[in-house]
Ligand binder design. Sequence first.
Ligand SMILES: Cc1cc2nc3c(=O)[nH]c(=O)nc-3n(C[C@H](O)[C@H](O)[C@H](O)COP(=O)(O)OP(=O)(O)OC[C@H]3O[C@@H](n4cnc5c(N)ncnc54)[C@H](O)[C@@H]3O)c2cc1C
Length: 430
Amino acid sequence: MFKMQAGRSCLRHITRHGASNLRPLSPQPRLLHSRATEYLPSDQPDFTDSQRTVREAIAKICSKYPDEFWLQKDTAKQFPHELHADLAKDGWLGICMPSEYGGSDLGISEATVMMQTISESGAGMTGASSIHMNIFGLEPVVKFGSEEQKKRWLIPLIKGEERACFGVTEPNTGLDTLKLQSLAKRDGDDYVLTGSKIWTSTAQVANKILILVRTTPLEEVKKPTQGLSLFYTDLNRSQVQVTEIPKLGRAAVDSNVLFFDGWRVPAADLIGQEGNGFKMIMHGMNAERVLVGSEALGLGYAALRRASVYAQERVVFGRPIGRNQGIQHPLADSWMKLESARLMIYLAARLYDQGYETGEYANAGKYLAAEAAFEACERAVLTHGGMGYAKEYHVERYLREAMLPRIAPISREMIFNYIGERMLGLPKSY
Ligand SMILES: Cc1cc2nc3c(=O)[nH]c(=O)nc-3n(C[C@H](O)[C@H](O)[C@H](O)COP(=O)(O)OP(=O)(O)OC[C@H]3O[C@@H](n4cnc5c(N)ncnc54)[C@H](O)[C@@H]3O)c2cc1C
């Protein structure tokens, strides 16, 4: 049962246990012209009670932030602090965090619905990325942190008083994480960090960073997975140079290059044992893929919604363009692809919550969702014709953002590698 603080009423009645009973079905068609609370249906036939409650509550919050809000944020490159504050106020940032630190003890199955709903409201990857790291990024702290660290870090994060970013990717090594070059050397009560990170999202607004660095050089370890260590610490701007990267989409949520040379980090901010960082960071990877997949799904559904509305309203050659099968069939095809991906994502989420540890469904679900979303966004632009290229119809923003889940947090090619090796028994190709 939830142990939410007074005033955090939205989550209070949701329980995970016994939440799997499905309701009798009464599916309503999506009310495409309506506000988010109405066009984000919560009566999906496969939703559990807890997922349905999450869907309704998040849709209600998101209805305050229409597409025009996100267009303005994108144009002005302004971080959406408002959504973050609203979600923190009602306790949503702790959706899958332990209740003793202010969280809700729910699972990835519910967080998936939350992230999909945020994105689907029109907030897209911008809205989702503005809180993504704070939802699940501190899983290594939950699993491997000391009691003192959990109290010190999780409580302010869930309250929205602190914000975290995530520094793993490096300029010189990319997806080859085990070769990352940033080094930390112990010096008294501190570690001294030297190196760089790239693409660190939200570093302009975050005051904390979860960062993976080497504490033992690669040449000195038996296995490359050894000698990496994980810290959660203050993003000290007097010692870390943070430079924003201009990019294709999601302009409201920054991504950055970080440089540090002699950055002193307290040893008290090391998570778990020195040298075990890779194991810890891997722990939450499947869940992260599921969440990013759900964010992609939301974007795909948002695009499809806009395309369907436009196809009904736009009259050319004396009839709505949606009467042409050349317009209607690709949209129907996209609906089916998004739904298939959704089933895989929800399966992966459920399996994760049940303790299933391998990543085939999480990886495959993320891949399928990202591809289906990208295709849906492209088709939404094409359905709008010239107006698809105009900002005021929002689908060009969706299309730009739809590239992101295809690339991060893991690329399509690395997912193919994983499936090829692990599921098909093919030789490792790299
Ligand atoms: C907007 C954005 C936000 C991000 N936010 C964060 C963040 O907050 N924190 C963070 O740590 N990282 C973040 N990332 C980084 C992201 O996770 C990486 O970009 C992604 O993992 C790919 O790594 P890379 O860019 O270094 O690609 P590279 O490793 O340089 O790869 C380039 C291309 O080569 C392909 N390739 C490489 N090796 C192989 C192989 N063996 N077989 C087949 N193909 C291969 C890749 O699939 C890819 O297509 C973000 C990225 C973006 C674009």
